[in-house]
Design a binder for this molecule. Structure first.
Ligand SMILES: *Cc1c(COP(=O)(O)O)cnc(C)c1O
Length: 394
């Protein structure tokens, strides 16, 4: 077994049958059936066969999937067109009408929508619990619970779920466990080390890393990936060969990028802690984070995600947050995260349509909160940008 940094570049070479050092983009929907009939039947039915028809598989996708499986230490992986495609396809490969799911109060907004609106329409019930309270997960388990779905650290308020506890809870009750590992990335966290069954990703974020593609990944056992693949054949959210190629290119530098991002984010978080205009900094790499011990146990780095709370009571804090957004020069106000460039969003205004007031409260979104995705720029420039934008507040 080679190391992760090496796997990122070389894993899955078997799917490149050309002499090109860089995997070609197999920009084709279909493949010649010039082998004997028996082999063609195999191609038509085998899980993720790379050379039958695009919805079934593609050599570029197979190579990227091989890397994902090795990063997450799972038997296999399936790549799809977006993170939400991966999440919805994976969940629909676990639950059916009459089943129950236990999940968290704080989740990525798309996953929240899927649990609240989609699953309930199809007869699957869901209980949301406080992810920082281990016992709450066990209390919520019912006879028909088929899935425990967690996200850690969570989007946007960076609460952490105890992966070892969840992995054991699933095993104890015979319930499938699934983790959205997008924020951590495989560089900072390996859920399968704790017995988690299925790992999902928005590869749009750190894995791709350049804000130039959307993709999603499901990592799990061969048996589960086969099930998820069967679902994906009818749901149809295949990853395009070009986006898959961009993902392969992006992943080569994943380790370097994430390490630089971890270091920048920690330095920025420490600087925020001392700034008078900042009421609160939520960064899992800070000793002040209430779950710092758990983070130190289950993670290798703090990620590039942090949230700050600007000074002021509700309305004033809202205005201050907007003002800071407008003044920032390097941090761009844009959705998404995990790219080489630093981004910032104001969740209270961005997620107005997905969350009502009480949902915002339970998911921890406050008027003066800014969510920051730190990139790989020079740390002095990043600090300087906020220094200018915060001037006159506090
Ligand atoms: C962005 C994101 C998703 C959804 O991914 P898409 O690629 O946008 O579909 C899911 N989970 C988390 C934690 C995310 O940040």
């Amino acid at each position: 077994m080679s190391h992760l940094e090496t796997d990122l570049i070389h894993q899955g070479r078997a799917f490149n049958d050309s002499k090109a050092v860089v995997t070609p983009i197999y920009q084709t929907s279909t493949y010649y059936a010039d082998e004997d009939l028996q082999q063609y039947i195999v191609a038509a039915t085998e899980t993720k066969h790379p050379t039958f028809y695009h919805r079934h598989g593609n050599p570029t996708n197979s190579q990227a999937a091989a890397i994902l499986a090795s990063l997450e230490k799972t038997e296999d992986a399936l790549l799809l067109a977006t993170g939400m495609a991966a999440i919805s396809t994976a969940i629909l490969a676990v639950v059916k009408q009459g089943d129950h799911v236990v999940t968290q109060n704080s989740l990525y907004s798309g996953a929240m929508l899927f649990f609240k609106e989609f699953l309930s329409d199809y007869g699957v019930t869901v209980t949301h619990v406080d992810q920082t309270d281990n016992a709450a997960f066990e209390h919520a388990i019912q006879q028909n619970t088929k899935l425990i779905y967690v996200e850690t650290p969570s989007n946007p308020n960076l609460d952490v779920t105890d992966l070892e506890y969840i992995g054991q809870l699933g095993k104890k009750h015979g319930i499938t466990t699934m983790v959205d590992n997008t924020f951590a990335s495989p560089i900072n966290q390996t859920p399968s080390d704790y017995g988690i069954d299925i790992i999902v990703h928005s590869a749009t974020k750190y894995l791709g890393g350049h804000s130039d593609l959307t993709a999603g990944a499901i990592c799990g056992s061969k048996e589960f990936i086969h099930k998820a693949w069967r679902r994906s054949l009818v749901l149809g959210a295949s990853l395009s060969p070009f986006d898959s190629w961009l993902l392969l290119r992006g992943m080569k530098t994943l380790s370097m990028r994430v390490k630089q991002i971890n270091s920048n984010a920690l330095a920025l978080a420490k600087w925020f802690e001392k700034h008078p205009a900042i009421k609160h900094v939520a960064y899992i790499g800070l000793r002040s984070h209430p779950q710092y011990e758990l983070v130190a146990e289950q993670m290798r780095g703090g990620t590039g995600m942090l949230c700050i709370e600007i000074l002021g009571d509700d309305d004033q804090a809202y205005q201050h947050a907007q003002q800071v957004l407008n003044k920032l020069q390097i941090f761009a106000n844009a959705a998404s995260l995990g790219g080489v460039e630093s981004l910032v969003v104001h969740p209270a205004s961005m997620w107005g349509s997905h969350h009502d007031k009480s949902q915002k409260k339970t998911s921890g979104i406050t008027p003066g909160m800014l969510r920051i995705s730190v990139g790989i720029e020079h740390i002095d420039d990043l600090i300087g940008d906020f220094e200018g934008a915060l001037e006159g507040i506090g």
